[in-house]
Design a protein around this ligand. Structure first.
Ligand SMILES: CC(C)(COP(=O)(O)OP(=O)(O)OC[C@H]1O[C@@H](n2cnc3c(N)ncnc32)[C@H](O)[C@@H]1OP(=O)(O)O)[C@@H](O)C(=O)NCCC(=O)NCCS
Length: 188
């Protein structure tokens, strides 16, 4: 890909794209199996979950479920070329308000911050303690965006304009498994 390359347009991911998407996901995150990925795929928003293709090869994809950005990934070879920006902006056009659980990588967290995501607190998932980020046009955490099964420990002064007013501090405990609730946060 060069500066002269044509612009890449994200297109909705179809059911037939599952294998290509799963392969890219597994290669990017160095994982073999992930029930959360399968669940996110099945329940993805069919309009805003999109991929970028070049000559039949999937270069990057984003999965959205409800108000959660579940997964975004770009092939290792194409990272840093602007594909992530195209994918994320495509999602934000349709979902100006979103939350996500980012990977523990300061570069990725800073990347999300440039798009208006703010750390609002910590949660416990099956993967352990993770941070939760929210993005909304006015900087506040809107009512009802976080699912009731996501326990959040708010961090002080963590949103753009103060703490999320609609969430109450609760003791954190490990949430029920997917088989019990049918979903959970992963790898925004
Ligand atoms: C995070 C990710 C989706 C961003 O996509 P991308 O196409 O690399 O991002 P862009 O080219 O649009 O933007 C690059 C910016 O992101 C930052 N960045 C974050 N992680 C990066 C990475 N692994 N490689 C390159 N740049 C990265 C860079 O600092 C860069 O900022 P700059 O433009 O100010 O220099 C992509 O790097 C990726 O798939 N990473 C591995 C999977 C992952 O961590 N997904 C997020 C889970 S929460």
């Amino acid at each position: 890909m060069t500066a002269d390359s044509p612009p890449f347009s994200p297109t909705p991911l179809h059911d037939l794209d599952y294998n290509a998407t799963k392969r890219l996901y597994q290669a990017t995150f160095s994982v073999m199996e992930d029930k959360n990925f399968v669940y996110a795929w099945k329940h993805r928003n069919r309009t805003s979950s999109v991929g970028i293709w070049e000559g039949g090869a999937l270069l990057g994809a984003v999965l959205v479920r409800g108000e959660q950005l579940e997964y975004i990934f770009v092939s290792a070879y194409h990272q840093g070329c602007g594909l992530g920006k195209i994918l994320l902006e495509s999602v934000l056009d349709k979902h100006p308000t979103l939350y996500l659980i980012p990977v523990k990588d300061p570069r990725v967290i800073r990347w999300y911050e440039t798009y208006g995501f703010r750390i609002i607190g910590e949660t416990i998932t099956h993967a352990g303690t993770e941070i939760c980020m929210v993005r909304s046009p006015n900087g506040f955490c809107p009512p009802g965006i976080l699912p009731p099964n996501l326990p959040i420990q708010l961090l002080p002064r963590t949103t753009a304009r103060g703490p999320c007013r609609l969430l109450k501090r609760k003791p954190l405990r490990r949430p029920p498994s997917h088989s019990q609730i049918g979903g959970g946060p992963r790898h925004g």
